[in-house]
Design a protein around this ligand. Structure first.
Ligand code: CDP
Ligand code: MG
Length: 708
């Protein structure tokens, strides 16, 4: 139980939340669930937890504040620690996946919604908390939506000693209140100043260029005040920052005040994130170039001008094809208004919308589609199944906005193919272990299989590198696009990308984790170090939950398994739902499963063909992504014999049984007849009828090889 901290200092009084302290507290005392709606920057994230702490709510448990974004959990907890003058990690701490900065002392804990979900697996009643604040609920992240459903159950069990607060900048309060059987909704009036909006007459063909022009215009013509520029992603931000710096330098000396250009996005190193919250130097205009993280999660003070390109980068999952796409899409009207609002926090501001008003009115959606309706749900469904709630039928779980039936069925199929649930939809022992690992289902399944096969150490490395989301592609040299510098980096020995990731990490390991080796190979030192750290953590977790697992030396494994057979076999089991078969007479693939898609190996892949240029018959892939066309990303070769059991399972798959929870007959609604297309007969690799096309391809390949 956390011990009370030293007497807290009062928080800055000027924030709207602080002015409504008594009203909020009265509602919280009288109700198990309260919804608090207040403008971005009104103090919900930083002040509510402190108010509850001052009022004694941390005496019998800690306060959890969830954040959908990692960067927000870190930055808000840092701020609160500062306000309370305590070191971060003592009374105030944060926990995000693979990084825990809390201690026994911690009584105000900021954590991502995913981390809270995982905590609830080992402690379903979340007893260590007296208050749970689901912050930023308007973001409608997948995990927050699941937590909403969970809280609804939890407050029944812990009616006497748990308070739940749901906070939001824009959420439809009535809808949430209805969901929680009419809980009170407190609206905290904002102190926004008017923001004048300017529209472009047409859609820009190049939003970076028109953002640049607008930024320079503001800098030259407008009075002091910082400029917040919304871009869609890190690449655009980097481009924008360097171009803007260049143009500012080219301005005539003394024609305007000094300028400072700062990026702001989720993958920024912590030192750089902090810079945005530090006060601006005197007589200097700051340009903050941000993703939509600055829309509602993070408030940067001093912004008077906003430039809004009208786009956001959004990942969407299509359950019928199993494919992801990362699209730059138009924002919603709610988002546009949030962006504009950032300009009016300290005084009247201006917002430059780089799109015509007609687009805003007629083309933008009213609100953003919740993530639960555009994500793969395999991980979430596995989580819900592992809760063992007696009356839980996944297709009927109480969601604020339910996902489509198709998407839930897709999740069930995936989980069945990787043995997390059995044919009756019941969670298996393997599934239980998987749910506890902080990894996506395919990687956790791979680890469990690798443990059985005796190649856990290698699999841990692969899972860690993939989860650390390191970009191997250097940002410096553009000519590196294409294969990852294969002359110098290990090449996966032709087996594919997972093997290459393993080899890269092992090469670094052999240098004693020398940072110079990373820079010599144009690999980010920070990312590599992070993957090493993630690997250690995963190793500890799996040894704790899966008895009998040992993370033995990878070197020994390699000697006894020159073709990485064990590891590739483990991958085949783990990615049983992400398998593709090469098409006859062709190097293209079709995905194996209930709906075959035509896909190609991503050009960045190091997977190689045989001596005749033929790619392997079966491969597993980490991800299907639809960019210019459907590609498999991170691909490795697997053996035909390993695939057979998966094909068998596909034949047996019966959606009615799978979806029924304990038994198929319980589900009263008849499922539409979704005939599982039986997987194509595995083709014979050793086909002797070499037709002329293959012959020609072979000759071309040999000719190319000869030239090298
Ligand atoms: O959550 P909400 O948007 O309502 O506001 P908040 O995040 O609690 O921010 C309240 C104030 O704290 C704002 O004026 C922020 O600028 C400031 N803040 C900060 O300076 N540094 C942070 N890391 C977070 C908030
Ligand atoms: Mg907030």
């Amino acid at each position: 139980m956390p011990s009370p901290p030293p007497p807290p200092q009062p928080s800055p009084p000027e924030l709207p939340i602080s002015e409504h302290e008594d009203e909020i507290m009265a509602a919280v005392e009288a109700n198990p669930v309260v919804v608090v709606i207040g403008e971005t920057g009104s103090g919900k994230s930083t002040q509510l937890s402190q108010i509850l702490h001052r009022r004694g709510y941390t005496r019998r448990g800690a306060i959890a504040v969830t954040q959908p974004r990692r960067v927000a959990a870190v930055s808000v907890s840092r701020r609160v620690a500062q306000e309370l003058s305590v070191p971060l990690g003592d009374e105030v701490g944060y926990a995000i996946r693979f990084e825990d900065r809390t201690s026994e002392k911690t009584c105000i804990k900021y954590l991502t919604d995913g981390v809270l979900l995982r905590e609830s697996l080992s402690d379903p009643e979340l007893k260590q908390y007296s208050v749970i604040i689901l912050d930023e609920a308007h973001e409608r992240s997948l995990n927050t939506d699941i937590l909403l459903g969970l809280m609804k159950r939890l407050i029944k069990d812990r009616a006497s000693d748990l308070k739940v607060l749901i906070t939001s900048a824009t959420l439809d309060g009535l809808k949430v209140s209805k969901f929680f059987s009419g809980c009170p909704v407190l609206n905290i009036p904002g102190t926004l100043f008017p923001v004048e909006k300017f529209y472009s007459t047409e859609h820009p063909t190049n939003y970076i260029e028109s953002s640049l022009r607008t930024a320079i215009d503001i800098h030259v013509k407008e009075s002091p005040g910082d400029v917040l520029i919304f871009m869609t992603g890190k690449d655009d931000i980097d481009k924008m920052v360097s171009k803007l710096e260049e143009r500012i330098q080219n301005l005539e000396e003394g024609s305007c005040m000094d300028a400072l250009v700062l990026p702001l996005h989720g993958s920024l190193p912590p030192e750089q994130q902090v810079r945005v919250f530090a006060p601006a130097p005197p007589n200097c205009r700051r340009f903050i170039v941000a993703t939509n993280v600055a829309e509602t999660s993070l408030t940067v003070d001093g912004v008077v001008f906003v430039i809004d390109c009208g786009y956001v980068k959004q990942r969407q999952y299509n359950p019928s094809s199993g494919m992801y796409s990362l699209d730059v899409v138009q924002i919603s009207r709610v988002q546009a208004d949030q962006r504009a609002g950032r300009a009016g926090r300290t005084r009247p501001g201006k917002c430059y919308r780089l799109y015509p008003i007609s687009i805003y009115q007629k083309e933008f959606l009213e609100a953003t589609i919740p993530e639960i309706q555009r994500s793969s749900l395999a991980g979430s469904v596995l989580y819900l199944k592992s809760l063992d709630l007696p009356d839980i039928n996944i297709l009927k779980f109480d969601f604020l906005d339910p996902p489509s039936r198709e998407s839930l069925e897709d999740a069930l199929r995936q989980l069945y193919l990787i043995d997390a649930i059995d044919e009756n939809g019941q969670i298996t022992d393997v599934g239980r272990i998987m749910a506890e690992l902080p990894l996506e289902p395919s990687l956790s399944r791979t680890l469990i299989e690798a443990n059985e096969l005796g190649c856990l150490s290698q699999a841990l490395t692969v899972a860690a590198v993939l989860s650390a989301e390191i970009t191997f592609r250097s940002t410096r040299s553009k000519d590196m696009e294409g294969k990852r510098k294969r002359q110098e980096l290990p090449d996966g020995s032709g087996w594919g990308d997972h093997i290459q990731l393993l080899q890269i990490f092992e090469s670094w390991d052999r240098t004693g984790y020398d940072p110079r080796w990373c820079s010599d190979h144009e690999l980010q030192v920070r990312g590599m170090k992070f993957s090493k750290d993630v690997r250690n953590q995963l190793s500890q977790i799996i040894q704790k939950i899966a008895k009998g697992s040992t993370d033995v030396q990878a070197k020994k494994e390699r000697k006894s398994d020159p073709d990485y057979r064990k590891l590739r076999r483990a991958l085949c089991v783990g990615y049983g739902n992400q398998l593709a078969e090469r098409m006859l007479h062709h190097n293209g693939y079709h995905t194996v499963g209930y709906r075959a898609q035509l896909v190609q190996v991503h050009p960045f892949s190091v997977l190689e063909g045989d001596e005749y240029g033929k790619l392997p018959v079966y491969v597993v892939y980490h991800e299907l992504i639809n960019t210019t066309r459907p590609f498999m990303r991170n691909v490795s070769a697997v053996d035909q014999s390993w695939v057979k059991p998966i094909l068998k399972k596909l034949e047996r798959l019966d959606m009615n049984k799978l979806s029924g929870g304990s038994s198929g007959s319980k589900d009263p609604e008849p499922l539409e007849d979704k005939q599982v297309s039986s997987p194509k007969k595995a083709m014979d690799v050793k086909q002797s009828d070499v037709d002329s096309k293959i012959q020609a391809a072979r000759e071309r390949y040999l000719a190319r090889k000869g030239k090298k």
